[in-house]
Ligand binder design. Structure first.
Ligand SMILES: NC(=O)c1ccc[n+]([C@@H]2O[C@H](COP(=O)([O-])OP(=O)(O)OC[C@H]3O[C@@H](n4cnc5c(N)ncnc54)[C@H](O)[C@@H]3O)[C@@H](O)[C@H]2O)c1
Length: 427
C-alpha cells in the first residue's frame, strides 16, 4: 500500500514533511520505513498553570515531542514563545533527528516549548513557568531518554531551573538531562558560542571550497540573539565584512562594515539584549526596516532569527550568492525553488547550525564522565567536526549532482533508517 502522506497547516511542519517525503522517494526508502519516520514516537502536551506577579493565574500550554530515538536519546531545545504549538514542536523535532544523524552524534530528535511571550515575563514569572513545565514533563525526559536544551526565549538560567526542579523531584542530581547550562553549574566552556561558531565555520568552509575570498567578503546576518550575534562575531574574527545585522527593532546597515564588537557590547548592555539605538553608536550606520536586510548585496546572507523568514514573497529580492541557514527552517520550499533558479546556493539548517547540538553532546559527555574540557579543546574539536561534516555533504552533493539540502537529507535519513532496520519495530 502506498504511503498516505501527512501534511499540516503549519508552515514549518509542512516544510519538514515535504522535504522528508521528497528525499525518501528519491533514495527509494521502503514505504514502511517512510511511514515510521514520518511519525513522531511521542507527543506530550501539558498545561502550565502559573501565578503571575499581579496575583492572577494564567495557564500556558507546554509541549515536548520525541520524533525518533532510533540513534539515541532525543535531543532538542525548549522554546518560550507565544507562537509555540504542537505542530511547530514536531517539525523542529523532525529536524533534530536529521541534524543529530548528520552530525554523527548518538542522539535522536526532540523539541518542546511553552506558548508564552518571554519578553513580557518577569524573571520570577519565567522561573515559575520553567519549574512547572519541567515538573510536568519529568516522566518523559532523562539523560538516556530525552535531553532538552535552550532555544528561542530560554537560556542557561532556564536550564538550571529545569535541572534543579527535576533533581529535587528525583532526590539526586541529574546534570546530564539538560544541556546549555552555565559553566558554573555543569555546563561546558564554549557551549554558549558553539552554534554561532559552527554557522560561521560553515560559511568559511563554503567560501574556501568555491575559491571565494573570505577576508573582506561581505555578509549580512538576520537576528542578533544567541546564534546571530556569535555568528557575526566569528565572521568578523575571520576577517569578513559584516555589512548588516538585524533584530526585531530593525536592520542596521553600513556598507563599509559594522563594528561587531561594539554591536555585541551595545546589545549586551540593553535590558532586552536588543540593538535599539545602535545607529547612534557607530557613525555611518543606517537603520532600516527588518525586511530590508534581504535587499542588501552581499556574498553570504545568514538568516539566524526565525523560521519562514525567506519565503515566496521575498526570495526573488535576495542579492546574496550564498545563504547559510543559522535559524531552523528559515527558507520555505517555495523560496528554495526560487533561489535555486536564481543560482543562490543554500547551506541547510541541519548542517549549518548543528554545532549547537554537537556542542550539547560535548557537554553531555562531560556531565556523564565528570571530566571537564578547556574551551580551546572544545572549539578545536567543534571546528574540525563542522568542517568535516560540511565537506562530507559538499562532496556527496557534487558526486550525486544534488543540492546541499537534499544531499544532507539523504545522508541523514540513511543513518536513521539503518538504525530503525537494525533495532526492529519492538515498542
Ligand atoms: N541557540 C541555539 O543554540 C540554536 C541552535 C540551533 C538552531 N537555533 C535556531 O536559531 C534561531 C535563533 O535562535 P536563538 O537561540 O538565536 O534565539 P534568540 O531568541 O536568542 O534570538 C533570536 C533573534 O532573532 C531576532 N528576530 C526575531 N524576529 C525577527 C525578525 N522578523 N527580523 C529580524 N530579527 C528578528 C530577535 O530580535 C533576536 O535577536 C531559531 O530558529 C532557533 O531554533 C538555535
Amino acid at each position: 500500500m502506498a504511503v498516505v502522506k501527512r501534511t499540516s497547516e503549519n508552515v514549518l511542519l509542512r516544510t519538514a514533511l515535504a522535504n522528508f517525503y521528497g528525499a525518501a522517494e528519491e533514495m527509494g526508502l521502503p514505504d514502511g520505513l517512510t511511514d515510521i519516520l514520518a511519525h513522531s514516537e511521542r507527543k506530550t502536551c501539558v498545561s502550565v498553570p502559573v501565578e503571575m506577579d499581579d496575583g492572577s493565574i494564567r495557564v500556558f500550554e507546554g509541549f515536548r515531542v520525541l520524533h525518533s530515538s532510533a540513534l539515541g536519546p532525543g535531543k532538542g531545545g525548549v522554546r518560550f514563545h507565544q507562537d509555540v504549538c504542537m505542530d511547530e514542536c514536531e517539525a523542529l523535532a523532525f529536524m533534530m533527528t536529521w541534524k543529530c544523524s548528520l552530525a554523527g552524534i548518538p542522539y535522536g530528535g526532540g523539541k518542546g516549548g511553552v506558548n508564552c511571550d518571554s519578553l513580557k515575563l518577569s524573571a520570577k514569572e519565567k522561573e515559575r513557568i520553567a519549574r512547572t513545565f519541567a515538573a510536568r514533563i519529568e516522566p518523559v525526559v532523562g539523560a538516556m531518554t530525552d535531553v532538552p536544551a535552550p532555544d528561542l526565549g530560554t537560556d542557561p538560567q532556564t536550564m538550571v531551573w529545569f535541572t534543579d526542579t527535576i533533581s529535587k523531584m528525583r532526590g539526586r542530581l541529574e546534570p546530564a538531562i539538560f544541556t546549555g547550562k552555565p559553566v558554573s553549574f555543569w555546563g561546558a566552556r564554549g557551549r554558549g558560542a558553539a552554534t554561532g561558531l559552527g554557522v560561521a565555520t560553515c560559511a568559511k568552509a563554503l567560501l574556501d571550497v568555491v575559491g571565494a575570498q573570505v577576508k573582506g567578503g561581505k555578509v549580512t546576518v538576520q537576528g542578533f540573539g544567541n546564534v546571530g550575534s556569535f555568528t557575526a562575531k566569528f565572521l568578523h574574527e575571520f576577517g569578513m565584512k559584516v555589512v548588516a545585522i538585524s533584530d526585531i527593532t530593525g536592520t542596521y546597515y553600513c556598507p563599509d562594515g559594522l563594528d561587531i564588537p561594539k554591536a555585541l557590547a551595545h546589545a549586551a548592555n540593553d535590558p532586552k539584549r536588543l540593538l535599539t539605538g545602535f545607529e547612534k553608536v557607530q557613525p555611518g550606520v543606517k537603520k532600516m526596516e527588518c525586511a530590508d536586510i534581504f535587499d542588501i548585496e552581499c556574498e553570504v546572507m545568514l538568516p539566524c532569527a526565525m523560521e519562514g523568514a525567506i519565503n515566496a514573497k521575498n526570495a526573488d529580492k535576495i542579492k546574496a550568492k550564498f545563504i547559510v541557514e543559522g535559524a531552523n527552517g528559515p527558507t520555505t520550499p517555495e523560496a528554495d525553488e526560487i533561489l535555486a533558479k536564481k543560482g543562490v546556493l543554500v547551506i541547510p539548517d541541519f548542517l549549518a547550525n548543528s554545532a549547537g547540538v554537537i556542542g550539547s553532546y560535548y557537554e553531555w559527555c562531560q556531565d556523564l564522565s565528570g571530566d571537564f574540557w578547556t574551551e580551546e579543546r572544545y572549539n578545536e574539536r567543534l571546528v574540525h567536526q563542522m568542517t568535516e561534516n560540511f565537506m562530507r555533504v559538499w562532496n556527496y552533493s557534487k558526486e550525486h549532482n544534488v543540492r546541499m539540502r537534499r544531499a544532507a537529507f539523504l545522508a541523514a535519513i540513511h543513518r536513521v533508517a539503518e538504525a530503525v532496520k537494525m533495532r526492529g519495530l519492538f515498542l
